[in-house]
Design a protein around this ligand. Structure first.
Ligand code: UGY
Ligand code: MN
Length: 242
């Protein structure tokens, strides 16, 4: 598609959005010196969380913790991030930082990562920070189907108010049914591609595309091609609808 003719695959609707690379708007922010951010999902569109791509050519130093009450999840795409608490994240490394976590962030040159931020819903004691790497996380079949494997990056206990998973699709695999649920999603395609059904639309998607799925939006994915497809997906889990 030729962006120069005013076209894009990005499509923002009432209850979902597809955000494709050719329409990213890279901005600077006063509290992110050295970084450029493409904020793909934000409460302005109806979401209850924010999701951004962050890139830094020359590296980042001492990025301040999130604002009061806000949790962060970071997922490294390229380069490296180091926290002031001594954790180092390489590509496919991730960090969950609960509200109040005092770690500052540093990044090496040519780093790209995904940043999620949301107002944390605590049930008593806040969970501790979590650090890990996708390669170390168990891959388990979803509903017994080993063509669709899930890696859960965060512990599943009730102290967490959301989950961050990697969904791994064998070529030709699909979600078993069209899901509708009150929980939201923020998604980044990591590899491969296929067709994503959102509400009453079917979108061709590939690596680098991001999706917002609002509450109750009918959703389904079918993986196409000869290589596996993978996506990173957030879900505001462990919540009551009321
Ligand atoms: O966990 C989920 O709700 C997930 N299966 N949804 C999705 O991939 N769109
Ligand atoms: Mn879902």
């Amino acid at each position: 598609m030729r962006p120069s003719f005013g076209q894009t695959r990005s499509d923002i609707r009432r209850n979902h959005g597809l955000l494709t690379p050719e329409s990213h708007e890279w901005i600077t922010q006063p509290d992110w010196p050295g970084a450029e951010l493409a904020v793909l999902i934000s409460p302005d569109m109806g979401a209850k969380f924010a999701m951004a791509l962050v890139r830094s050519a020359q590296g980042l130093s001492e990025i301040a913790p999130a604002r009061e009450g806000i949790a962060r999840f970071l997922f490294v795409l390229e380069g490296s991030i180091e926290t002031s608490t001594g954790q180092e994240l390489q590509p496919e490394g991730f960090a969950f930082l609960p509200p109040g976590d005092s770690a500052t962030l540093n990044a090496g040159a040519d780093t790209r990562f995904v940043l999620f931020e949301w107002r944390f819903l605590s049930r008593g004691a806040l969970p501790a920070a979590v650090f890990g790497s996708v390669a170390e996380i168990d891959n388990t079949p979803l509903r017994g189907d080993d063509w669709l494997m899930v890696q859960k990056m965060l512990p599943t206990d009730a102290g967490f108010d959301g989950e961050f998973n990697i969904m791994n699709f064998h070529p030709g695999a699909s979600l078993a049914y069209v899901e509708t649920h009150f929980m939201e999603h923020g998604l980044l395609m990591l590899d491969g591609g296929g067709v994503y059904r959102l509400d009453d639309r079917w979108y061709p998607v590939g690596a680098g595309d991001a999706i917002w799925m609002g509450p109750h939006v009918p959703q389904w994915f079918g993986a196409l091609g000869r290589t596996p497809s993978r996506y990173l997906i957030y879900k505001n889990y462990n919540r009551s609808p009321l």
